[in-house]
Design a protein around this ligand. Structure first.
Ligand SMILES: C[S@@+](CC[C@H](N)C(=O)[O-])C[C@H]1O[C@@H](n2cnc3c(N)ncnc32)[C@H](O)[C@@H]1O
Length: 234
């Protein structure tokens, strides 16, 4: 819909989107999703403003008793849901301290003891020996060129992948984080740059396979995509 059009990417969903994420607007702090109540800390990506959180939480396949790495955990809904669904160990990471604190808070709220969380720039700050059965990132889903003014917004990284930095970090590092037989997934949208996804995946030995697509309230004009990354090197 808005591929390759950064101006549209910045405004789809309403010009207020980045303002909401910057914390210009007072959030409702408590929200309901997937039949549970959650708290949202200021400045953290809001599942109230996006269909993606609920969709990906339901759609990413988890291995019963397996381990899960949730990159870009935001408020922690996905990490907590995975733990409550039977993952024995869930590591949630985010660039933002507020998101890490929010995830730990929501894990405590729901007694999800399998969840731990830490700050990490994609995989960079995760102990190198750790490997997971399932790895997922709901990528900041609007592709924005590095010279676009919205790239300078303080909240931009919650929703904007500036210059494909997140895409590159994830696709170049995810293979090194998989346990034997592990599966890698990626959350994307039609606000992303699909050509860059395919190109960057192939450069790193992956073929992205679309598993599911969904749109819905509160932003039915955006379609969210779940990809599994299939290794071309196996
Ligand atoms: C689209 S939001 C998804 C949040 C959450 N997973 C959800 O579904 O509600 C993308 C998340 O990635 C985080 N993020 C952005 N750049 C990152 C990076 N370099 N390393 C780790 N997390 C990052 C953002 O802070 C944000 O929480």
């Amino acid at each position: 819909m808005v591929n390759g059009d950064p101006g549209a990417a910045a405004t789809v969903g309403g010009a207020s989107w980045l303002a909401l994420l910057r914390g210009d607007v007072t959030y409702r702090r408590r929200f309901s999703l997937l039949g549970r109540e959650w708290d949202l800390f200021p400045g953290v990506f809001s599942p109230m403003q996006s269909h993606s959180t609920g969709f990906f939480s339901r759609a990413v396949p988890q291995r019963e008793g397996g381990t899960f790495l949730d990159v870009g955990c935001g408020s922690g809904v996905m990490a907590v849901e995975a733990a409550l669904a039977g993952c024995r160990k869930v590591l949630a990471v985010d660039l933002d301290t507020a998101a890490v604190d929010n995830t730990l808070h929501n894990a405590r709220l729901h007694g999800a003891e399998a969840v731990s969380a830490q700050v990490s720039d994609c995989f960079a700050d995760i102990p190198p020996q750790l490997r997971f059965d399932t790895v997922f990132w709901s990528l900041p889903y609007a592709a924005v060129p590095a010279d676009d003014p919205s790239a300078l917004d303080t909240g931009a990284h919650t929703i904007c992948d500036v210059g494909h930095r997140c895409l590159r970090a994830y696709l170049s590092g995810v293979g090194g984080r998989l346990a034997p037989g592990g599966r890698a997934f990626l959350g994307f949208s039609d606000m992303g740059d699909h050509a860059a996804l395919v190109h960057t995946a192939e450069e790193n030995g992956w073929s992205p396979r679309l598993l599911a697509a969904s749109s819905g309230e509160p932003n039915p004009n955006i379609e969210h995509h779940l990809y599994e990354l299939i290794s071309m090197r196996r």
